[in-house]
Design a protein around this ligand. Structure first.
Ligand code: SAH
Ligand code: SF4
Ligand code: F3S
Length: 461
């Protein structure tokens, strides 16, 4: 019998991307094969995101298209994984009855067995539903705390990049941010042990990984549920000992947990990437307060100053929400002022999207969409200027670039990232340099990337 093929679509954050790799790893171990395209797959899985309405809309419309396909091909198995699976278990079954499998983000560790149940159910019912123009889904649902993804014995070879990998260090989030659906979809914080994380990272490095990015919704709160003084700083020190590892990053940090101990680790450990994703969300105390973020602008700045005093080369990245209920123009002025003060290297700006069941969903979503769009553009323009200034300051310097592959737009160039996570393109062809750390002299700055030329070692000396 030929092996069944699966195709996985991933939406959402890096944690979801990693979860998709873990699902793929589990399915391959169970004898499935990865299909080259959705069209040839027996099983189509959508690993979904619920953070904003827009993210959900993309999934609803893809599910609509899959329903069409299932009319022609009733054997097709459709599964919804991830945050929407947790959030919309019931709606999904009512609105999309052709869906066979619904598995939340804390319950996919035994995805292969769940899929087997779907196939058994389909076999049992084969022939019973000939009157239907499409097959009703098998109705296998697993939400809440099932078998966590972190118990999956990771097939380290299943990863998109040879030299880079994500490693989950904790799941869930205990923070009370009023706008956010993540604590509802991902549950309470659960940290993995240092030993497990070190062992997984070692296996990845033995398989050729040199850059690891640790993942957690509040990654710098890592360990607080474990007690015994387990912290992210201690984890970083343990991972730093791994020989093959050259770069170590971690996302996403919360301003309230940027401790002196963590700043020491950043200052002392040369392998740690020189950027920190530390979302401020807003530069207005009034907005931060109603968001229940737990800090003021002054407190955020104090943490940043402590960091700069020890690690002046570390750059900050942020997320911002515009159009939160009650946000005024002068609140947005505050955000612009904070952006300019810290001179963030990168920002993601999101229009506020009410999420059913959150505290903020009970407030009036009173900023019109056109105003949200205008504020979004305003912040993006500020960030573009800040990024351009920082990029320009790098022209003439030599940066160490981890080469990721050919440039998507120009096959005559290779693309990689600096220790600050900046994208650099430089002329070179072939795959020989992919996965290497190459010195590149920066010749010019574009809007979102740098252009450079490779420094040949003998010339550099
Ligand atoms: N744990 C991370 C990321 C959470 S989701 C953190 O705490 O920073 C990623 C980003 O989506 C958030 O930082 C926030 O800026 C944005 N976001 C979350 N909920 C949102 C909502 N309801 N509307 C718009 N943006 C939202
Ligand atoms: Fe959401 Fe706040 Fe948790 Fe981030 S810290 S995931 S924004 S609740
Ligand atoms: Fe989205 Fe869930 Fe990540 S809601 S942002 S996929 S944690």
């Amino acid at each position: 019998m030929t092996r069944k093929a699966f195709f996985l679509h991933s939406y959402g954050c890096q944690m979801n991307k990693l979860d998709s790799e873990l699902v793929a790893s589990k399915l391959q171990q169970a004898g499935y094969r990865a299909a080259a395209s959705e069209g040839e797959a027996d099983v189509v899985l959508l690993n979904t995101c619920a953070v904003r309405e827009h993210a959900e809309d993309r999934v609803w419309s893809r599910l609509g298209r899959l329903r069409q396909r299932k009319r022609r091909d009733p054997a097709l198995v459709v599964g919804v994984l991830g945050c929407m699976a947790e959030e919309h278990q019931r709606t999904l079954q009512a609105r999309m009855p052709h869906v066979d499998l619904v598995v939340g983000p804390s319950a996919f560790g035994d995805i292969d067995q769940k899929l087997e149940q779907v196939f058994q159910s389909a076999r049992r019912r084969a022939g019973l539903e000939l009157g239907e123009s499409w097959r009703r889904g098998a109705g296998v649902v697993a939400a809440g705390h099932g078998v966590s993804g972190d118990v999956v014995h990771r097939e380290v070879g299943v990863r998109p990049q040879r030299s880079q990998a994500y490693v989950s260090v904790m799941r869930g989030c205990n923070m009370p941010c009023t706008y956010c659906i993540v604590p509802a979809t991902r549950g309470k914080e659960i940290s993995r042990s240092i030993d497990d994380i070190v062992a997984e990272t070692r296996r990845l490095c033995d398989d050729g990984v040199t850059e690891v990015t640790l993942l957690g919704q509040t990654v710098n709160a890592y360990g607080r549920d474990l007690g015994r003084g387990v912290t992210l700083a201690r984890l970083l020190r343990a991972l730093h000992e791994i020989d093959g590892l050259r770069r170590l990053a971690f996302i996403t940090s919360h301003p309230n947990f940027l401790s002196a101990e963590l700043i020491d680790a950043l200052a002392e450990l040369p392998k740690i990437a020189r950027y920190l994703h530390l979302p401020a969300q807003s530069g207005s105390d009034a907005v931060l307060k109603t968001m229940r973020r737990g800090y003021t602008v002054a407190r955020y700045l104090r943490r940043w100053e402590d960091l700069m005093a020890r690690c002046p080369d570390v750059e900050l990245h942020s997320d911002w929400i515009v159009g939160y209920p009650g946000e005024t123009e002068s609140d947005v002025d505050g955000t612009v002022a904070l952006m300019e003060r810290v001179r963030f290297a990168q920002s993601y700006v999101f229009k506020y999207s009410p999420r059913p069941g959150t505290v903020a969903a009970g407030l009036c979503d009173d900023v019109p969409d056109a105003v949200k769009a205008e504020r979004n553009q305003r912040l993006l323009a500020v960030q573009e200027r800040l990024t351009a200034e920082r990029n320009l300051a790098l022209v003439g310097s030599v940066q160490e670039v981890l080469v990721e592959g050919p440039s998507p737009r120009d096959p005559e160039r290779l693309t990689g990232r600096t220790a600050h996570h900046r994208i650099v393109h430089f002329p070179a062809v072939g795959r020989d340099l992919v996965g290497q750390y190459v010195p590149v002299r920066i010749d010019a700055a574009a809007a979102h990337s740098l252009l450079g030329s490779r420094v040949v070692e003998s010339v550099a000396r």
